[in-house]
Structures are given as structure tokens and as C-alpha cells.
Design a protein around this ligand. Structure first.
Ligand code: ANZ
Ligand code: ZN
Length: 881
């Protein structure tokens, strides 16, 4: 046969699949559904190799489940709002809309070239008014249901992108996109009340047993539930500004109360503000520490600093015990009550603090086996288990018992009508601020009226569409600068009013697109609940671990909000979640330090290992570490180039074969070439098999299955059905690299049969010819999810009708999976001496003979005669001497 020509074949099959629309799924299909979804792309302009991996993983599963008889839903769309479109408008003077849709067209063409089994009939972009119209409707539903609110709060302001960011979007104190140091500003904004579901979002994680543990753990930590005690400390009147009389703190360690050395409050705490009003030095200190920002990570790493306000707090168990109140840079206003008591012996931050200000420490928990008299803390706080010491009535108790005792006593102690202590559960999770001061996003459908305040846009006036005649001459929000767009009449009173010019965080767009895919044709509602309830949840969602918190948590919340407002009847959108690894590559750097792309470099393998040479000049380049592909290090490969030189199937096969899907895969040209050679090998193998099968059909063997199979045919059939079994269960578990190894092994077994002796193929026994055709057919079906184009071409060669993409998955003949031989344990006088492997059908006499011939048995008998041999079928042989 001629070489397989992917460049000619791949587009041809892609066109045919398209014309026949074989991947379109129907909502009234009576078969069980299976919903496979990969995180939809942002239309940046080009597909990168990470996308190819992501979509290939999903495609293998989709094709497999389709062959298994499921009504597979495998849609694709575009996460199309966002800042880059505005940046393009500023830099290149193209309209964000035109830029976005051009990119979509280009990327769609690229996606098609990968041969994905996608249902394009459901495609949409989140910037389509026909999509965001429903998002606006749901916003209004959520407003009515109390799940959306307007709130004034201190916000993270990104001074470069000129927008507010959610806490989740601030990484190490910087904007997740711009990298600029984030500032704090007090502003009004719209929030989604995700905290109403804190407990539920946490608990339901237990049921998501097809999610990676690490993702569930990250969500758990993000939600951050802690059980503790709220304690009202009285303030010593003589030292306290007028109007203030107590300080409320939140602690998870009430057991450590007798180790308290100081109190600390946030710079934003009202008591700090009151004290600063009378103390300019304190005011100056507060202004200073506010400069570093209040992001958690900054606070965790910054040096602990405090300022003694002079105020004293009274210990709740001892009216004569006064504790100094500091303003400290490591206490956050946003958590708990914005105030703490510090117990330095058992909290590292507190210890660093007292060591700096010479406040001392008293250990109150002593580790088991340690003498309390010699137990001292110097630089390292002890946060482990132990017994209470130096703690009056708590002494000798466990931590748990002491916590309980303190809680009980303070709960029942009343000061001024209220208990001094109160048990409380706190969550780190904050409500989701969704207002963005940006043009290219979904408009928030409300109107601000000077008389009526906030007025929702009436349903029949949706969508509120974005104006297209916008200018980006000034920084900030182009919607706000638009001459006419925001000026409207109030729907309630008819007076002059203005539209909300903030748009929604683009994470809102991606929080429900999976539900929209179930019926994107519905013009009047976001979903058709009966359809959404049948097609959801997504059975297998696949995407990067970078979305483990934000996108996945928002989607879980939004699905609950849709449930509360009647758009769907379930809480969890993703039954199965898979986080794929990245595609990584070596880096190359010339002597002058500039990065060069893999395409410019030739790798030479010689005696001294691998060497990289710049092809243009012949100069040596340094091989740097393997890193995530990035533009800055130029270590990227372009999917278009790969597909043009090797074909999509090779790229798919390589990425599936080289490492488990959840790990990083190292892109290597050498190994891609290996995959390419394997494609040609399969092609030859199938062609040779087809030749034999032809002979079998027409000359020596009947087309029907032979009644019996000889040992050679049987061995091949066992290899085929064994591979079928292993690959089938492997795909279900996304163990693709293992599946590919089984396919290779099976291809080898088939090759060996074809290569046996130098007999012409027509001389193969009829049962063997029949088995060869069966094996080749199974082989093609096994690799068809991974290399669908090659598989279609091979399907034709094998004389099969229809498309392999539409064929049913082969039936496994289970009796072929039974092993031929059994291994029995051999004992002499009850003691194990070894084992013996015999044919499954062996008679006892044969087994006895085999056992007695074993050297280990002879040695154990030491020349003594054998009295008896007992065979326990399939398990043990005991020789009695
Ligand atoms: C006394 C104490 C003693 C504490 C001890 C810890 C160890 P989680 O588990 O994260 O909820 N804390 C409370 N509010 C805070 C705030 N706004 N900013 C900074 N820290 C704050 O942490 C609860 C613990 O974090 C609380 O328990 C409090 O310190 C501190 F040996 O109280 B603890
Ligand atoms: Zn009005």
C-alpha cells in the first residue's frame, strides 16, 4: 500500500462528518445521554497546543461513548467577553466585536482541523446578544430572589486595567491579568450572594466523588469554614476613647485564653479609627501599613508590625488582668470581627509579634510526655496537641475539653444583657463582586433614577445591548463615556435616568454556558427546564486546574441560583471533573540571552548527550529547563504547523500516549516523529490484514465465522478481545496512555501472526484468516477515538460499510478473556515450597508428575518416599512425605 497521506485524508473525512452532521445530538433522542464538555476557549485569535490536548481528551471520550450507544452531547462555544478585545481596540483600532468574531472564525477553522466530534449546531459566543439576554434575565431573577445585591464596600481596584477585581482575582496582591499592585477603594458594586450557600457548597463537595481530591480540597480551603467563639472583651474605661466600651474578637482557640498577652485590631477597625482621631502618631502608623495593601498573601509575608493604642482590655476570667490593645498589620477587617487576642506561645504570628515588642509568652498547652516545668517557647510556636497548663481551672484538660469549658462558661456569663461568649461558625468565602468598569462585557440591566433609585430594566426591554459606536480614546469605561447610550427615561416614573454602565465579570458568562448548550435555540428563556434537567449534569468536564477555584465554584453557585429561580432542577453542574496537565517544552537560549523557538533549533544527539544548534547560523544554543509553553520564552509549538507536517491524528496520538492526561506532557519532536511512524505502521498492518481477509472471504474461508478455532487463531482472538477489554475500561477511566500501550501491544501481536513463516498469505488456515480480519477490525475501532481520520480510511480498506465514527463498539467475547493456565501453590508436608503452572484442563496425574519433578520438592523430601499427593483444584498441591 502507499503511504498514508494525512494531509489529503483528514480534510476529506472532516467534510464528510460535517455534511452528514453525525455529531449533532438530538434532545429527543431516547437513548441514555452522556454529556462531555471541555472548558470553552477564549477567542484570543489562535488555538494553542494546550487547547489541542484539552479537546482531544474530551473527544476520545465522546467518540467512545457514542460508539457505546449513548446520546452524546459534545458542544463547543466561545467565552467571548473580556479585556483583550478592548486592548486590541486601543492598540489596533479595531472594534472589539469585529476583533472577537474574526478570532472566532479563525479558531473555529483550526478546531475543525483537529477532527473533533463536536456538535457545532449548538455553537454560541457569550457576547451574542441572544446569549447575554438570558444572563440579564437571570440577573434580574436573582435580584428579586435576594441573590444579587448592591453593596458598598472596599474593593480591589486594578489601576492598570482600571477595574474592580474579585478577591479571587487578586494573586499575591496583584491583578490576575495586569499584574499591577492592587489598591483598595470604597465603591458601590453589584454582588452575588454566594455566601448564602457557603455551608452547602462545602458539604456537597463530599458527594462529588468523580472530582479530583486536590480540587475538592482547594475549594474546601477557599470556602474556609472555622468553628470558634466570639468573645466580648470589656475595655478599661480610663484608657478608652468615649463611645467605645468593648472589643469583640473571634477565636478558634478559646482554650488558649490564659496564654493571652495582647489584643490586636485591624487598621480599619472602628476602635482604631477612634483612637487615631486623638493620636497623630497612630494615624501616621495606620496610613503607613495601609500602603502595603490588605491581600492575604502580602500580610502573611510582611513583617509583623503593631502600634500600642494605650487602650487596655480586661481578661474575661480575671477583672484585674489588663491586656494592651495594638493596631496590627496582620489583622484583617474582612475576617471575623477584625480583632483578635494574641496567644504567642501557640500562634507563630503572635509569637513573632511579642518577640518584636518584648511582651513575653506563657505556654498553656504542653505536649504529652514533656515536663511542664521545663517546657518553654522561644522562636517557634507550638500548635500541636497536649494538655492544658498555667490555665487555672483548665489545667490538665485536653484542648478539646478546654475549648468546650471556656465556651460554656462565657456563654452563660452575661454582661449588659448579652452573653460574653457566643459560638460562631465563620467562612472565609466572600460574596462575589461582579461589577466591572468595562465596555466589553454583559451590561447589568438596571437603571439609576434620581427619584426611584435602582430600577430593573423591564423584561420586555431585554437585552440591553452594547452600543457598537464606541471610542477608546480615554482610559476607563467606554460605556460610561458614550454620548447617548446611558441616558434613558426611568421605566417607573418616566423621568430622566441613567443606565448602569458597569458590566458583569466575565466569570458570570462561563457560570452557566454548559446549561445553555442543552437548548441554545430557546429564544424566550435561558433554558428549557425539561431539557436541561434531562441533559445535565455534565457527565465529564475537562479543563485546567487553574480553574479549580474560581470558575468551578462560581458555576456551582450559579447552578444553585438557577435552581432557586426555576431555570434548572439540580445543584451540581459537573458530575465528573478532570483536570488535565499542561503541555511543556524545553527552552532554548543563545549566548546573548535571547530566547529562540523550537522550530529554529536542531537537536543533535551524540556522545556528549543532546546538543542544540541554531539552524540559521550553526551556533550552539543552551538547552534550558522544561517549562510551560509561553510567548515570552518562545518555547511554543504551533498546532497549525504540527497538523500541516504530521496531521492531526499524529498530534492527538502523541499527546495521548506520552503521559497520563492529568500530568504535564513534554512536547518532543523526536517522539512526535515516533507517533508518525506508528501511524504508517498501522496503515500497513491494516492493509496486509485486509489482503488476507479478502483471500479468506473469496477462496479458502467462508465469510461466516468458523465453528472452531485452532491454537493460532485462538491466540490472536484472545489478544484482540483482551485488548478490547482493557482499552474499553481504560477509556472510561481516562487512562488514555495505558490504553494506547495496550493498542500498541495488540498491534504487535497481529504483526507477528502476519509475519509468521514466509508462507503466502493465502496459505493461512481459514480460521486464522477469519481471526486476522476480526483482529484488524477491532484494532481499527480501538484507535478510532484517538485517530479518527486514519481509522475511517482503514475502515474502507477493510471493506466495512458506513463510517467507523458511527459504528457500534465491538462486543467483547468474555470467554476469550479466561486465562489458559492456572498457577497452584506447592506444599510439602504443609509448608510452601514453590508453585507450578499447568494447563487449566490438566488432569491430576499430570499435575502430580509436574510437582514431583520440581527440584524444590525433591530437596524438601530429602529422598523420603511420597506417601500421598493432594490436589486442591485451582489452588494448592500438598505433597505428603
Ligand atoms: C487566639 C488564638 C490562639 C488563635 C492561638 C489562633 C491560635 P481560622 O482558622 O482561619 O478561622 N484571627 C481571627 N480573626 C482574624 C483576623 N481578622 N485577621 C487575622 N487573624 C484573625 O483562624 C482563626 C484564628 O485566626 C483566630 O484564633 C484568631 O487567632 C485569628 F493559639 O485566636 B486565634
Ligand atoms: Zn424613576
Amino acid at each position: 500500500a502507499e503511504r498514508y497521506n494525512a494531509r489529503e485524508s483528514e480534510p476529506r473525512w472532516q467534510r464528510l462528518w460535517d455534511e452528514k452532521a453525525i455529531f449533532a445530538s438530538k434532545n429527543d433522542d431516547p437513548r441514555p445521554k452522556y454529556y462531555v464538555l471541555e472548558m470553552f476557549p477564549y477567542p484570543s485569535g489562535r488555538i494553542h497546543i494546550g487547547h489541542v490536548r484539552n479537546y482531544t481528551l474530551g473527544d476520545v471520550l465522546a467518540r467512545f461513548m457514542r460508539a457505546r450507544g449513548y446520546n452524546v452531547l459534545h458542544p463547543m462555544g466561545w467565552d467571548a467577553f473580556g479585556l483583550p478585545a478592548e486592548n486590541a481596540a486601543i492598540e489596533r483600532k479595531v472594534a472589539p466585536k469585529a476583533w472577537t468574531y474574526d478570532n472566532i472564525a479563525a479558531m473555529k477553522k483550526q478546531l475543525r482541523s483537529i477532527g473533533l466530534s463536536l456538535d457545532w449546531s449548538r455553537e454560541f459566543a457569550t457576547c451574542d446578544p441572544s446569549y447575554y439576554k438570558h444572563q440579564q434575565k437571570m440577573f434580574l431573577d436573582m435580584l428579586r430572589a435576594g441573590l444579587a445585591e448592591r453593596e458598598k464596600r472596599k474593593l480591589n481596584w486594578d489601576p492598570v486595567d482600571m477595574t474592580v477585581l474579585a478577591n479571587e482575582q487578586v494573586i499575591d496582591g496583584r491583578g490576575w491579568r495586569s499584574g499591577a499592585v492592587v489598591e483598595q477603594r470604597e465603591m458601590s458594586q453589584w454582588v452575588f450572594k454566594i455566601t448564602k450557600y457557603s455551608q452547602e457548597l462545602l458539604e456537597a463537595l463530599d458527594g462529588l466523588d468523580r472530582w479530583p481530591d486536590k480540587v475538592r480540597l482547594m475549594q474546601r480551603n477557599w470556602i474556609g469554614r472555622s468553628e470558634g467563639l466570639l468573645i466580648r472583651f470589656a475595655l478599661d474605661a480610663a484608657t478608652t476613647p468615649a463611645g467605645e466600651s468593648e472589643l469583640k474578637i473571634f477565636t478558634t482557640r478559646p482554650d488558649t485564653l490564659f496564654g493571652a498577652k495582647f489584643m490586636a485590631i485591624s487598621a480599619d477597625h472602628p476602635l482604631a479609627v477612634a483612637a487615631a482621631a486623638k493620636n497623630p502618631k497612630l494615624a501616621e502608623f495606620i496610613a503607613d501599613i495601609k500602603k502595603i495593601g490588605t491581600a492575604q498573601s502580602i500580610i502573611d509575608t510582611a513583617e509583623k508590625q503593631g502600634f500600642d493604642t494605650g487602650i487596655k482590655a480586661v481578661h474575661p476570667f480575671d477583672p484585674n488582668w489588663k491586656l494592651p490593645v495594638y493596631v496590627a498589620n496582620f489583622v484583617l477587617m474582612e475576617y471575623g470581627t477584625g480583632a483578635i487576642f494574641g496567644c504567642p506561645a501557640h500562634d507563630q504570628r503572635d509569637l513573632d509579634f511579642v518577640n518584636k515588642y518584648n511582651l513575653g509568652n506563657t505556654p498553656v498547652v504542653c505536649p504529652e510526655g514533656q515536663d511542664p516545668k521545663t517546657f518553654v517557647i522561644t522562636d517557634v510556636a507550638y500548635d500541636g496537641d497536649g494538655r492544658m497548663i498555667n490555665s487555672r481551672f483548665l489545667d490538665g484538660m485536653t484542648i478539646e475539653a478546654a475549648k468546650e469549658e471556656v465556651a460554656k462558661r462565657l456563654e452563660s456569663e452575661v454582661r449588659g444583657n448579652a452573653p460574653v461568649g457566643e459560638r460562631q461558625v465563620n467562612f472565609r468565602l466572600r460574596d462575589w463582586g461582579i461589577s466591572r468598569q468595562r465596555y466589553w462585557g454583559c451590561p447589568i440591566p438596571v437603571i439609576h433614577c434620581p427619584t426611584c433609585d435602582v430600577v430593573p430594566v423591564p423584561d420586555d426591554q431585554l437585552p440591553v445591548t452594547l452600543p457598537e459606536d464606541v471610542s477608546f480614546d480615554k482610559p476607563g469605561n467606554a460605556l460610561d463615556h458614550h454620548p447617548t447610550w446611558k441616558h434613558v427615561t426611568c421605566p417607573k416614573c418616566g423621568g430622566k435616568a441613567v443606565r448602569e454602565t458597569d458590566t458583569m465579570d466575565t466569570f458570570v458568562d462561563s457560570s452557566w454556558y454548559f446549561a445553555r448548550f442543552t437548548d441554545p435555540w430557546n429564544e424566550t428563556a435561558p433554558t428549557t427546564p425539561a431539557v436541561a434537567n434531562r441533559m445535565m449534569p455534565v457527565d465529564q468536564y475537562i479543563g485546567g486546574v487553574e480553574h479549580a477555584i474560581l470558575h468551578l465554584l462560581y458555576s456551582r453557585f450559579f447552578t444553585r441560583a438557577m435552581k432557586a429561580t426555576g431555570h434548572i432542577d439540580m445543584s451540581e453542574p459537573f458530575a465528573g471533573m478532570f483536570t488535565q496537565g499542561m503541555v511543556v517544552h524545553e527552552t532554548y537560549q543563545t549566548a546573548d540571552g535571547s530566547w529562540v523557538t523550537p522550530a529554529e533549533v536542531k537537536i543533535e544527539v551524540g556522545g556528549n548527550g543532546r546538543r542544540a544548534v541554531l539552524m540559521a547560523t550553526g551556533e550552539d544554543v543552551a538547552i534550558g529547563p522544561i517549562e510551560k509553553m509561553s510567548k515570552s520564552k518562545k518555547n511554543t509549538v504551533d498546532p497549525d504547523d504540527i497538523i500541516a507536517s504530521y496531521g492531526a491524528d499524529v498530534a492527538r496520538w502523541f499527546m495521548l500516549s506520552d503521559s497520563p492526561p492529568d500530568r504535564d506532557v513534554i512536547w518532543s519532536d523526536e517522539r512526535v516523529q515516533g507517533a508518525s511512524r506508528f501511524v504508517q505502521r498501522l496503515w500497513r498492518l491494516v492493509n496486509e490484514s485486509a489482503e488476507i481477509a479478502k483471500t479468506a472471504d473469496t477462496k479458502t474461508a467462508p465469510a461466516v465465522r468458523p465453528a472452531t478455532f485452532g491454537p493460532d487463531a485462538l491466540a490472536l482472538r484472545k489478544a484482540a478481545h483482551g485488548a478490547l477489554d482493557k482499552v474499553s475500561s481504560g477509556i472510561e477511566r481516562l487512562h488514555f496512555n495505558v490504553c494506547l500501550a495496550h493498542i500498541r501491544e495488540f498491534a504487535n501481536a497481529l504483526s507477528e501472526v502476519l509475519a509468521k513463516g514466509d508462507k503466502p498469505a493465502s496459505d493461512l488456515a481459514p480460521d486464522v484468516s477469519w481471526a486476522v480480519k476480526e483482529a484488524a477490525t477491532i484494532l481499527v475501532q480501538l484507535f478510532s477515538p484517538m485517530m479518527p481520520h486514519l481509522a475511517e480510511e482503514c475502515w474502507v480498506v477493510l471493506g466495512q460499510t458506513g463510517l467507523v465514527s458511527e459504528a457500534d463498539w465491538p462486543q467483547i467475547e468474555r470467554d476469550l478473556l479466561v486465562e489458559d493456565s492456572v498457577t497452584l501453590v506447592v506444599q510439602v508436608n504443609g509448608k510452601k515450597r514453590g508453585d507450578v503452572t499447568v494447563p487449566r484442563a490438566a488432569q491430576n496425574a499430570d499435575i502430580e508428575a509436574a510437582v514431583l519433578a520440581l527440584d524444590a520438592v525433591k530437596a524438601a523430601l530429602g529422598g523420603k518416599p511420597v506417601r500421598k499427593v493432594i490436589v486442591v483444584p485451582m489452588r494448592i498441591v500438598n505433597v505428603v512425605g
